[in-house]
Design a protein around this ligand. Structure first.
Ligand SMILES: Cc1cc2nc3c(=O)[nH]c(=O)nc-3n(C[C@H](O)[C@H](O)[C@H](O)COP(=O)(O)O)c2cc1C
Length: 428
């Protein structure tokens, strides 16, 4: 069973990751991993920290001569910022009383974490709950993508909207009278005009032009006209000492039929993806396919009719042979199993909880006196970075079930199993 563990603090020496049960014989492309790490660090609206760090992967074990060996893979990502924090983050030096934090930020792990672990310095919570940890998850996701590329599985992700500016705002509220009224109200704001009407289900983020737009965009948005408005929105939040969240999609193409299972609740692909994605800091919803919108559709509108075309007429390939759908409201998953269509996940990221102005009330955990939440260097908007993390989480879940289905200790074995399954599926 593929699994991974991460360790490391935001301002500690670095992040350590162990990936267990990864097969031997996978050719590792370091540049691909570092490129994903770079993308996680970029994006309009990030804080000063990202200018200090240039994340680079270092393999400590499990890879030799460019190929995985089958042994646990251990990775290290250095925190350059540690040099500025040596005194405060040292393993043995006493922590100066004046540097301790006692005022929990609403929306962060500070409050529950300090009480749960009985800590008198919130820094002990925030150092580990910080999204710095997502660098490890991106490295894991990139390694999973490298394996899956060998089987024609491709991943893409995009930012659909920031603070409601962009795609999906009207439609996510569903096609009801009240929702339409709400959407009209939103549209009255200059930021939301023109952008809210586009249906997020009509965009193909694998389309080469759209993909190029996403790559060129500082916000990883598919349409340049949305980007300008969203940037203006981020600038406004920054000027007001506030923060912004947004809507993200991540998708996988080329996934064969039958990953995951209907036989047990914890074997379901959609359930695994939901956990992988929901565990990302600040992600507050996970939708598969039409998601929330499904609640507003009739059965006859919602379910994706099944068609067949033989391979010689153009459709075909994959374990499903020539079976295909014209719509993908199911987001590529039925009964907890991949059905051969594009697997699509959409999720909401809440606004960053650390604000640069004292808007939020809190209480000093030592004195129980009312206080304003503390201010710390922080991102204004990290939605573009989070989109890479969501893509990575999706890659891990798919790789987990891919190896479960075709698993072997080395790539040759996996290829044999995969080819045998695909061949049988097509002949059925
Ligand atoms: C890529 C990324 C960057 C983030 N950057 C910050 C940040 O700079 N400041 C902050 O307070 N929260 C940041 N967050 C969000 C917090 O880590 C998150 O809200 C917190 O850990 C509490 O978890 P929860 O929101 O899931 O409840 C970031 C999240 C992600 C995914």
């Amino acid at each position: 069973m593929l699994r991974f563990l991460t360790a490391g603090e935001s301002h500690g020496k670095g992040l350590v990751t162990i990936i267990d049960n990864f097969p031997a014989g996978v050719k590792i492309d370091e540049d691909f991993i570092n490129e994903k790490l770079k993308l996680r660090q970029s994006g309009y609206g990030r804080g000063a920290r990202q200018k200090i760090e240039t994340d680079k992967i270092e393999f400590l074990s499990g890879v030799r001569g460019g190929l995985t060996t089958g042994s646990p893979i251990s990775l290290f990502i250095k925190n350059k910022d540690y040099e500025n924090w040596r005194d405060r983050m040292d393993a043995f030096k006493p922590v100066p009383e004046e540097s301790k934090i006692h005022t929990p930020r609403p929306g962060h792990a500070d409050f529950a974490g300090s009480i749960k672990f009985g800590l008198d310095d919130i820094r002990n919570v925030l150092e580990r709950s910080s999204a710095r940890e997502t660098a490890s998850r991106v490295a894991v996701g990139a390694i999973c993508q490298i394996l899956l590329k060998n089987f024609g599985i491709d991943f893409a992700s995009a930012v659909l909207s920031i603070g409601g500016v962009g795609i999906g705002t009207a439609e996510i509220l569903a096609d009801t009278h009240a929702a339409k009224k709400k959407a009209t109200e939103l549209n009255s704001d200059a930021f939301f005009s023109e952008t809210a009407e586009i249906d997020r289900f009509s965009i193909d983020i694998f389309d080469p032009t759209i993909r190029q737009n996403i790559e060129n965009s500082e916000l990883r948005m598919p349409y340049p006209e949305h980007e300008e408005k969203a940037k203006a929105f981020i600038d406004k939040m920054k000027a007001e000492g506030d923060t912004a969240g947004g809507l993200i999609t991540a998708q996988a193409k080329g996934v064969p039929v039958g990953l995951g299972s209907f036989t047990q609740w914890d074997e379901k692909l959609d359930a695994h993806i939901a956990m992988s994605v929901m565990s990302i800091q600040a992600i507050k919803s996970v939708e598969i396919g039409a998601g929330v919108k499904s609640a507003y559709l009739r059965g006859s509108e919602c379910h994706d009719s099944i068609y067949y075309q033989s391979a010689d007429k153009g459709k075909g390939g994959g374990a499903a042979g020539g079976f295909y759908r014209k719509t993908d409201n199911a987001g590529g998953i039925e009964g907890g199993m991949s059905n051969g269509e594009i697997i699509s996940v959409t999720c909401a990221m809440k606004p960053i909880p650390t604000l640069m102005k004292p808007y939020l009330d809190t209480v000093d955990l030592n004195t129980c006196e009312p206080k304003k939440a503390f201010l710390e260097r922080s991102d204004v908007c990290a939605v573009p970075a989070a989109s890479i993390v969501v893509e990575s989480a999706l890659a891990f879940s798919i790789c987990y079930f891919f190896l479960k289905k075709f698993g072997g200790d080395n790539m040759n074995e996996i290829k044999r199993n995969y080819d045998g399954y695909i061949k049988n599926g097509t002949e059925n």
